[in-house]
Each structure stands twice: as C-alpha cells, then as structure tokens.
Design a binder for this molecule. Sequence first.
Ligand code: PGA
Length: 252
Amino acid sequence: MGHTKTYIVGNWKMHGDAASARTLVEAVVVQASKMPASVEVVVCPPATLARDVASQVAGSRVRVGGQDCHDQADGAFTGDVSAAMLKDVGCGYVIIGHSERRSLHKETSELVRKKALRAIKTRLIPIICIGETRDERVAGKAYEVVGGQLWDSIPEETQEADFILAYEPVWAIGSGLTATTDDIRDMHTYILGEAAKKTGLATGSIPVLYGGSVKAAGAREILTTDGVSGVLVGGASLKAEEFCNIVASAAS
Ligand code: PGA
C-alpha cells in the first residue's frame, strides 16, 4: 500500500432510512474503534440522512461523506445539494463523478472537475471516480479512457491531501465481477503515474481506492495489492456484518 492511510468508504447510493441507518452505523462505529489510526472509515449516506449519521458518529472514528455535490456554491438549482450544505451537516468527504452520475446524469469529466474544485474550496475531500466500461476494456481502450478521465477530472489547483481517486471499472460495479489483482495493480500503477504527472505531487501522496463488487471475502487481497490505498464499497456497505468485515480486513 503506497499511501500511508487506508480508506474504507461505504457508498450507500439511494438506499436507507433513518432506522436502518442507525443500526448500520452503530455497528460500523464499534468496528472502526478497533482499527489502527491509519484506517479511515467513511460512510456516504443519501443526503437526507447525512445530518443524522454525522451526529451519530460524532466523537467516533467514522467519517461521513456525500455522494455528489453541485459545482456552484449556491443558486437556483432545484433538487441539487451544495458542497457547503454537506459540510454544514458534518460531512468531510464527497464522492464526485461516480459512474452512475456520469452515465445516468450525463456528467462529463469537465463538470466532475468543477465539482471536485468546489468540494476542495469548501474543505471537503472529493473522492473522484474514474473507470472504463466493459466495451471500452474489450476494445483495448481501458487505459486511454481512464487516463483521459483522470486528466480532465482532477482540478489543476490540487495540493497534497486535497483529493482521493477511486478506480471503479464500470463492468465491476454491482455485477459481482471484480477485476483481478493483476489488473488492479497495473491500472493503479498507471493512475498513480498519470496523477503525479498531472498534479506534480509525489505518487506516494495520492490515495487511489479500488471499487467494484468489493466483498469481505476478497477485500484483504485487494487492500494489499500494490498501488491500492483503500476500497469504495457499494452493495456490501449496506450490510453491517459484511462492511465491518471489510473494515477489519484493513488491519495491518
Ligand atoms: P458495488 O458498488 O460495490 O455495489 O459494486 C461500488 C460503487 O458503485 O461504488
């Protein structure tokens, strides 16, 4: 693991209500308290639950993130959530450019970059997602696509510890398929090299998480793969025992 911290991030997507969130977070708080300080546990509930979750985890080892934010500070944007609003309710992180936002909401890398910059200016850490589709991988274009997204999605103004990258091959999300550890190592090495070129930062200072059907069973193998600084977990982050086991697997 190149980076000194290990991030275990749960992306709840559009799931959960106040009661289910409370039970889930209770378990995660207990598990996180058993982990070394180098392990950062983050849960990203829907925006409606962010305040509840933030107050529940106050004083614990668990941090809270949003799942998206607008690129503007505020304004007439019905239905959107600003970075400042997430910050205001206690978030420290925000996922930006998830493939579901890119495909279902037609978000371009240019917009992703603006959102990430807004997050940074608001002192939230954006978790910037990049990843190729199955067709792009089959066509031999995985590196070209991921490299292009990376160059266009990372803001120019970044400094160390400002942002996190997440490599999520779209074909691995929610599909039960994970990339092989060889594929993950090769892509993460490539991402680290390109991100260092783009930002001028040292590769060791840029965390790159892996995401896509991460389960407790394979988590340790992924977390110990070169270039991997953590995991971004979707489906498995909604099950208390499964997610706690993923957190536990980050113990060195
Ligand atoms: P998954 O989702 O773990 O359910 O594949 C990962 C993600 O979309 O962040």
